[in-house]
Ligand binder design. Structure first.
Ligand code: AMP
Length: 587
């Protein structure tokens, strides 16, 4: 059965269009990043994402559609590469007039509207650094991130502005807030904010800042087990990774209409919602609205989407909604579909085949790697449930606890990647110690390892299989949540003495955030207190981060040194063996 559908899938892909990488092994053997560099247009050694994604296509093919935008209300707008160039060049001069210098950080708390993309490329063109925020964050994660990277400007929308207003007093580095008015005519409050349209009206087009390979471009905050989020910091030279993986993993071709469903507040929404398609000069669909099974298929039909990049949580929701829905639409334009962000179960891979005749190709990467590292490719048979094989030009491996590569097949270990590669993060912003801790020497003398924090195994044919996280970070609907951030907010509530936060398995979102609390003297557990704590956490953290469930315990299991044993909380929650409890504090 497996072979049959692998063959069908391969044949279908082959029928619709020959892939950019017809032979995986051949490209892996001959791959060189210098060849990729030569395909990009790097004028006088200048490397700038805005040039690679916008200007060079505007110069060659100005009238080509770069963006098809569909608003939540169904209205459609299209923008050419020349439109993108002009608007981003104007925004770069707006930033210059606001005194934003090269290397300064501009934060974005935005929904998906065309102006967001103009402003992002305007910021990159200015040589300033973009820092995306997730629009479902509450005030605490927003303030924490702005302060960590000392943001000087925030770009937001009228609907999201109240979240910025709420943290204005505790984000002293922010000099201006620019509000992009919405299509209903709403603007930001005068005096407190600057209006995007007014600023842009008279703005001249700014030239491109001559940034180089190692200049900062993007900071994406990501969560860890301990401490507050880390600012994974990337450079303009990362575009080599976006471009090459867009070409060979996503198989982007000139006639494609590409759709990435990821939110621009997370790394997939920038690396693959903006940089990969546009560095390949491909038309990209941007949909302002959120998930809806029927609407999503209607979008594919209406805009003749050919290449689709989505996530397992969305696929599971589509599966739940049933096969009748996709069958109502003409999805014949699709030629290639992919998934990222969480493990994609084999059922999800096969479901694509049933729903529209194409399997989902899973691939793996993370904020720190900047671009896809392991993937299933059009030219290789999919192994359902596997993340695929290494991208040519990068060298992931399975390592043991001494950082030695495990060469035997099917042995579980830490997933690591040999350094360097072009899109690798170059820092955790202002946190050298945590950055350094992610790199280890190979005892056998090979290039150093970057430690991903995931566990995996590799089979005898070189396919990688995800096993789980090697830390306590929670993956809820493809978004990472750090338990420490949630625990810190819970213990600020007067009733809470201690808090421990875990990811509880969930059939749709993979994991949901679950908290355990122990109460201070004088407080009694009740449903009302549970609701109050959930409300407290939602108000502070936002619905994307706050716990969905909270239970109360007499006390939380701790090590003798006083650290809450989240692993034990999880094992007890799931009824699993408790493992090594020798460090558990005696009652
Ligand atoms: P982020 O840095 O937010 O992009 O999250 C990256 C993490 O998501 C990885 O370290 C994995 O834990 C998880 N992840 C991403 N893609 C996959 C995948 N294809 N299969 C399993 N886990 C994945």
């Amino acid at each position: 059965m497996t072979t049959t559908y692998e063959e069908i899938a391969k044949d279908l892909a082959a029928l619709k269009s020959p892939p950019n990488m017809p032979d995986y092994e051949a490209l892996r053997a001959s791959f060189s990043w210098d060849t990729v560099r030569a395909e990009l247009d790097l004028p006088n050694g200048v490397v700038n994402l805005a040039h690679e994604c916008v200007d060079r296509h505007a110069a060659r093919n100005p009238a080509k559609t770069a963006m098809i935008w569909e608003g939540a209300n169904g209205s459609v707008e299209t923008y050419t590469f020349e439109d993108m160039r002009r608007e981003s060049a104007k925004f770069a001069s707006v930033l210059a007039s606001l005194g934003v210098q090269r290397g300064e950080r501009v934060f974005f708390l935005m929904d998906r509207v065309p102006e967001l993309y103009f402003a992002v490329f305007g910021t990159l063109r200015r040589g300033a650094v973009i820092c995306p925020l997730f629009s479902a964050f509450g005030p605490d994660p927003i303030a924490e991130r702005i302060n960590r990277a000392e943001g000087c400007v925030v770009v937001t929308s009228p609907a999201l502005y109240p979240k910025i207003e709420a943290v204005r007093a505790r984000t002293p580095s922010v000099r201006q807030v620019v509000v992009i008015g919405d299509r209903a005519g709403r603007r930001g409050p005068e005096g407190a904010t600057l209006d995007y349209a007014t600023l842009m009206a008279g703005a001249p087009e700014a030239p491109l800042e001559p940034t180089a390979n190692e200049d900062w471009s993007v900071i994406h905050f990501t969560s860890g087990t301990t401490g507050l989020p880390k600012g994974g910091s990337h450079v303009h030279g990362a575009v080599l990774g976006h471009y090459a993986t867009g070409k060979y993993v996503q198989d982007l071709q000139p006639g494609d209409v590409y759709w990435c469903t990821a939110d621009p507040g997370w790394v997939t929404g920038t690396s693959y919602g903006m940089f990969a398609p546009w560095s390949n000069g491909v038309t990209s669909l941007i949909y302002e609205g959120g998930f809806s099974s029927a609407k999503w298929f209607e979008l594919i039909q209406r805009h003749r989407v050919t290449v689709w990049y989505t996530a397992p949580t969305a696929i599971r929701l589509l599966m739940k909604a049933g096969l009748d829905i996709p069958r109502r639409f003409d999805l014949s334009s699709l030629r290639y579909t992919m998934s990222v962000g969480e493990p994609l179960n084999p059922e999800g891979v096969v479901w694509g085949l049933e729903a529209f005749g194409l399997p989902f190709h899973d691939n793996w990467w993370q904020t720190e790697t900047g671009s896809i590292m392991i993937a299933n490719y059009p030219a290789l048979p999919i192994r359902p449930g596997s993340m695929g094989k290494p991208f040519p030009g990068v060298h992931p491996g399975i390592i043991d606890d001494h950082y030695r590569e495990v060469t035997e097949p099917d042995v579980e270990g830490q997933l690591a990647v040999r350094v360097p590669w072009p899109s690798m993060m170059r820092a955790y912003w202002n946190d050298q110690e945590r950055y350094d801790s992610r790199f280890k020497d190979d005892p056998d003398g090979g290039p150093r390892w970057y430690i991903t924090g995931d566990r995996a195994r590799r089979d005898a044919d070189g396919y990688f299989w995800f096993v789980g996280r090697d830390d306590d970070v929670i993956n809820t609907a493809g978004h990472l949540v750090g338990p420490f951030e949630v625990e810190s907010v819970l213990i600020e509530h007067p009733a809470v003495a201690e808090a421990g936060v875990i990811g509880k398995p969930d059939p749709v979102a993979m994991e949901v955030v679950k908290a355990f609390v122990a109460l201070n003297d004088g407080y009694a557990w009740s449903d009302q207190l549970r609701r109050e704590l959930i409300g407290h956490a939602r108000a502070r953290l936002g619905p994307g981060v706050a716990p969905r469930e909270i239970d109360c315990l007499d006390h939380l299991p701790k090590t003798r040194s006083g650290k809450i044993m989240r692993r034990l909380l999880k094992a007890r929650e799931l009824g699993l063996p408790e493992g090594d409890t020798s460090t558990l504090e005696e009652d």
